[in-house]
Ligand binder design. Structure first.
Ligand code: SF4
Length: 311
């Protein structure tokens, strides 16, 4: 090699490295969202999906990724972004319309002053989130009907789902999370969570990379739910000390074994009779391979379809 020749081109600048990392992140996000959509049959041919955007990183990322998937999906579906402007003081109402117009997605801004209602009804110092969420839900369901939406997409991610599981276990004595897909409580809408497989840390990095115009979520003046904050911290610390733990917990939610829990409504314990036949998957609670494994369980339904493959 002469002095003028250079080494074969590799990643040689920090800009190259950042671009490579962003590309990897983009592929992972599109793959995980596409996989969740397929696994739960979230979006079907001809669907009109109402994508709820609040101005936070999660909903911006959800819209961004769904727009990417829409371009290469083997089915045709429409996206319409909806923001509910709750008239919180200081809400920068120009930010979302400008962004949504720029990315070229049809959108609707619903103006409803739920902030005043909540302030009027809830005594000072009490938490306002319960009523606020109920009002917001009702409005979004109505808007979905008016827009002819067949699905309502919410931006909850994997960590939200695991946090909810622990909230319900610790404070509600229930093993209940947040489903990736459900029928709304009014029975008239299908709600989907396309970010169900996505880690919050990836969404934080994606929001930074894409420079979403984030609107702060503290405008209503409500304190974060302390219990949820504590659970979030607990899970973050666990995941730092034992990488993959939150992923394992989420995976466990996909591999429930009712015969090895204690819910008599899920499994007919009272009807159990001996069978005389050995069961290789029977009670092995003390076997090391079950209790000492540190390997995340792979997603059992890793269906490969071209619309989730990388661009
Ligand atoms: S944080 Fe504020 S906007 Fe969000 S649910 Fe609670 S009261 Fe409503």
């Amino acid at each position: 090699m002469t002095a003028l020749q250079t080494a074969p081109s590799t990643v040689n600048t920090s800009a190259d490295k950042a671009a490579l990392e962003a590309n990897k992140l983009s592929k992972r996000l599109h793959r995980l969202v596409g996989q969740a959509v397929i696994d739960f049959n979230m979006i079907e041919d001809g669907d009109r999906v109402m994508v709820c955007v609040s101005g936070g990183k999660d909903s911006y990322a959800m819209l961004d990724i769904l727009l990417g998937l829409q371009k290469r999906a083997p089915i045709r579906f429409e996206l319409v972004a909806v923001n509910l402007d709750q008239k919180q003081p200081g809400f920068p109402e120009h930010v979302l319309p400008e962004y949504l117009a720029r990315v070229g997605v049809p959108f609707h801004i619903e103006n409803q002053d739920t902030y005043s209602i909540v302030k009027r009804v809830i005594p000072e110092g009490k938490t306002t989130c319960g009523l606020c969420s109920r009002l917001r839900r009702g409005i979004l369901y109505r808007v979905a009907g008016e827009l002819g939406a067949t699905k309502i997409a919410l931006g909850h991610h994997r960590d939200d789902i695991v946090q909810t599981l622990f909230m319900n276990m610790f404070f509600g004595s229930k093993m209940k999370g947040m489903p990736p897909k459900l029928v709304s409580d009014d029975g008239r809408n299908i709600v989907i969570r396309p970010l169900a497989y996505v880690a919050e840390s990836d969404l934080e990095r994606w929001a930074e990379h894409r420079q979403f115009p984030i609107i702060p979520c503290t405008l209503c003046g409500s304190q974060d739910n302390l219990q949820r904050v504590q659970i979030k911290q607990m899970l973050r610390e666990w995941d730092k000390r034992y990488p993959g733990r939150v992923e394992n917990i989420f995976s466990a939610m996909q591999h429930v074994v009712p015969s090895h829990l204690a819910d008599r409504n899920l499994f007919p314990f009272t009807e159990l009779r001996t069978t005389g036949v050995a069961d290789a998957h029977g009670d092995r609670a003390f076997d090391e391979d079950d209790t000492c494994s540190t390997t995340p369980v792979a997603n059992a339904s890793a269906v490969k379809l071209h619309w989730i493959d990388s661009p």
